[in-house]
Design a protein around this ligand. Structure first.
Ligand SMILES: [Zn+2]
Length: 145
């Protein structure tokens, strides 16, 4: 059998057998045989996967007053805002932190603003940032640490 390039192209784009049959007027056997030959896995029904984790993050946040971002998505048993992309679990605050600062956070990430659970990248602080702030405040006001 000589595989049709248009069938191959649609298979590689992730279309289902049924939609290729409809679009190209080929029979199911041709599509199935081409899929087997090229080892392309069966199309999974449902929404196509998001192109990157940022897309999923953006779908799960809601801007609130003051530039804060509310998380509207899933929370795990510990109440942590999280989402999965490409088989990996992302914590919303760590993802937002790394996207904003361009480096992975060190230690716990918590909002430095007064909005509980805020996931706005620029509002998030990790351990070294909090430490630096404490040191600065101590030098200004004369801390006890
Ligand atoms: Zn905030």
């Amino acid at each position: 059998m000589k595989a049709r390039t248009d069938v191959i192209a649609m298979l590689r784009e992730g279309h289902s057998d049924a939609s290729i049959v409809r679009a190209l007027h080929v029979d199911y056997k041709t599509v199935a045989a081409t899929r087997r030959t090229l080892h392309i896995p069966q199309h999974k029904p449902g929404k196509p996967p998001a192109a990157n984790p940022q897309v999923l993050f953006d779908q799960r946040v809601r801007p609130v007053g003051g530039g804060h971002l509310d998380w509207t998505g899933y929370r795990n048993a510990a109440g942590l805002a999280a989402f999965r992309w490409a088989g990996r679990t992302y914590t919303a605050s760590r993802f937002a932190f790394e996207t904003h600062y361009g480096r992975p956070p060190v230690g716990k990430v918590i909002p430095g603003c007064d909005q509980d659970g805020c996931v706005q990248g620029s509002h998030l602080e990790d351990q070294p940032m909090r430490q630096k702030l404490r040191t600065q405040l101590a030098s200004i006001f004369g801390g006890t640490s």
